[in-house]
Design a protein around this ligand. Sequence first.
Ligand SMILES: [Mg+2]
Length: 178
Amino acid sequence: MKICSDVDGVILNYILGFIEFTQKEKIPYSHDPELWGVIRNFPDNFEVRNRFHAGDSLRNLKYFDGSLEILNLLARSHELHLVTALEPEQTQKRVENLESVNYTTLQCVGHLRKEQIIVKEIQPDVMIEDSPELIESFCNAGLYVIYPDWEPYTKGMDRYATPFSHWQEVPDLLKKAS
Ligand SMILES: [Mg+2]
């Protein structure tokens, strides 16, 4: 089976990494867990994002509970493709952060190309994604989609896709895709 997974919000905790960055840099910030994405409402969102991505945070994002173990278990018998909307320039940091994962391919493709690459090129049997907008698009494109439901911003996405609350549940959900 061909498994494709997003990275931030699914495998790595980008939100926590960003919150820790703002604390370290003393940047006032309050996170709204109802909304997908973290960098908003700053006088200059691009500047904040560039600072966050320029430092070491991006090499050291924490794994969600069970994600590393379950991905490596799945990688023993399936293709595992990781696609992230990070810009291609961030590939090295992402590779370092994910060096313990036995993936088949890893691509940092930028926000604009992500959907197209997954739907047209990878064509996975199952897609793991957390962005509400992309969950909907991937389902509309005919993909079987599962999503982590531990953040409130995915509320209501069970209209389109199948939720999981812990990575331990994922192997059983994949049986439905084969
Ligand atoms: Mg994501």
